[in-house]
Write a protein that binds this ligand. Structure first.
Ligand code: ZN
Length: 133
């Protein structure tokens, strides 16, 4: 089962990065024509999701994540003061699974694969695992 990894360097504390092109390149490199692909991040404060890359929606996504997680008396803050980032990552999830068809990730017209930095800036590692169908 081919696995391809790439890095994303973020430059803000919270940031959303469109990684669709890198994922498509990784799937092409894997050489599988049809099957499934999982895109995951090996981090506790970084996530991936699929949705439209529209600037208003990107800002809204960061805002709702903030509304859901900021300001709580979170116990994990006693350790390293980033509980909100961990909680947001748990809510969004750390992986997505998508179909591969004709050697490409199958996405809708407006769908993009988005990485969410929740405790940056950092260097993040993305793992693309292609499962032949
Ligand atoms: Zn932590």
């Amino acid at each position: 089962m081919p696995i391809v990894r790439f890095s994303v360097t973020t430059n803000s504390h919270r940031q959303i990065v469109d990684i669709t092109a890198q994922v498509q390149d990784a799937v092409a490199e894997a050489g599988i024509q049809d099957g499934l692909v999982t895109i995951s991040v090996a981090h506790c404060t970084c996530t991936v999701y699929v949705n439209e890359n529209e600037s208003g929606l990107v800002a809204d996504t960061l805002e709702i994540v903030d509304e859901l997680t900021a300001g709580g008396a979170w116990r994990h803050n006693r350790i390293d003061d980033n509980a909100a980032a961990h909680l947001a990552a748990s809510i969004i999830g750390n992986a997505v699974c998508l179909p591969v068809s004709g050697g490409q990730v199958e996405l809708g017209t407006w769908q993009r694969i988005m990485l969410v930095e929740l405790d940056g800036p950092r260097n993040r590692r993305v793992t693309v695992t292609v499962i032949p169908g």
